[in-house]
Design a protein around this ligand. Structure first.
Ligand SMILES: [Zn+2]
Length: 347
């Protein structure tokens, strides 16, 4: 929580109440002497309230959050805000430069979303994650980490919460009516959400988009959906004025992922995954198909459960062990709307 009159400091970035200050927090020295770290926008509200952390680009091939987190914080009026928004548009800068999930220079802690909060004396990505955790993570009352399908998959508006965390579910509902798939994670580990759960603070992991949806108009649509959700979260927690909106019904359950058992190329067919995207599915239904390189079918990828299809592989090149179908083993149920918080309330 921020108090009226307090300066909020993230690394060397200091924002007084009513100020927005942006900069970079260095973590590791590069070979050319520059710092490898991450960008931060600190928007400190004129009035006291919770600190909402928004993280993009923990995976370097997931661009939606990179744009949405920066734009949201850039356009936020600190004079209208109760509390603060700490925005990290891109957590893994080296992975983004390489257009890859992780930093290719780091073979030991390549995936930042498996090793967070890292170790200050650990491998390369460990060290970047540890600085994020010690500066940004330590300041958070609420944290939203934005993912997408990256180079290989397309994902619909889906939120992961920690199982049994009622305040995490409330944060998920605060994302608003576009976000109808909310899945429980029984044992979160290695992620910002897991680190927040250990501190008994609400956090969620949200998924939207992928490289199959980065044509300019489509990418703008994804970015705007995320920005709308961040605004709704701020209204729910009394950080911005106005009425929040909520989805009346949610898909509630757990993730069920289908991996490829065979290698080959995904071949499109009518009525496949795209037809059923974000819609109900039945166990056993064929959603993707793999052919070998001679054109012969080698594997039908079938829904592993009844529920909802929230994502699917879009990169045709497929190897045994690859992710192919992201399903929610879930029911579409009514969930009572949470009560909005008053300005200055704790989350
Ligand atoms: Zn990701």
């Amino acid at each position: 929580m921020t108090s009226a009159g307090d300066t909020l400091r993230i690394g060397d970035i200091a924002a007084r109440p009513g100020e927005r200050v942006a900069g970079f927090v260095p973590a590791v020295e590069r070979v050319d002497g520059t710092g490898l770290g991450f960008p931060v926008l600190v928007v400190n509200g004129a009035r006291s309230g919770p600190v909402l952390v928004l993280d993009g680009g923990i995976h370097g091939d997931e661009q939606e959050g990179v744009i949405a987190v920066a734009e949201f914080a850039r356009d936020l009026d600190p004079g209208a805000l109760a509390g603060a928004v700490v925005a990290v548009p891109l957590m893994n800068v080296a992975a983004f430069e390489a257009m890859a999930r992780g930093n290719p220079r780091d073979t030991h802690t390549h995936d930042m979303n498996r090793i967070y909060p890292g170790r200050a004396d650990g491998y390369l990505t460990d060290r970047v994650a540890a600085v994020h955790a010690a500066t940004v993570g330590a300041a958070a009352d609420l944290e939203i980490t934005v993912h997408s399908g990256g180079n290989i998959c397309l994902l619909g508006e889906t939120i992961f919460t920690t199982s049994g965390d009622a305040r995490g579910l409330e944060l998920a509902q605060a994302m608003g009516p576009d976000w109808t798939i909310v899945l429980d994670t029984p044992h979160p580990a290695g992620s910002p959400m897991a680190a927040m759960t250990r501190r008994s603070r609400p956090a969620i992991t949200v998924e939207l988009g992928g490289s199959a949806a980065t044509l300019p108009d489509r990418l703008r649509e994804m970015v705007d959906i995320l920005k709308r959700a961040f605004g709704n979260v701020c209204r729910h927690y009394g950080m911005l004025g106005g009425e929040p909106a909520y989805a009346p019904k949610l898909w509630r359950g757990r993730q069920a992922v289908r991996m490829a058992s065979r290698s080959g190329v995904l071949v499109p067919f009518p009525g496949g995954a795209e037809t059923h995207f974000k819609r109900p599915i039945r166990r056993g239904q064929t959603l993707l198909r793999i052919h070998d390189l001679l054109g012969e079918p080698v594997e039908d990828l079938n829904a592993p459960c009844d529920g909802v299809l929230f994502g699917f592989r879009t990169h045709p090149s497929t190897t045994a062990g690859d992710w192919t179908l992201f399903c929610g083993e879930a029911d579409f149920v009514e969930v009572p709307a949470p009560s909005p918080h008053r300005p200055g309330d704790a989350p």
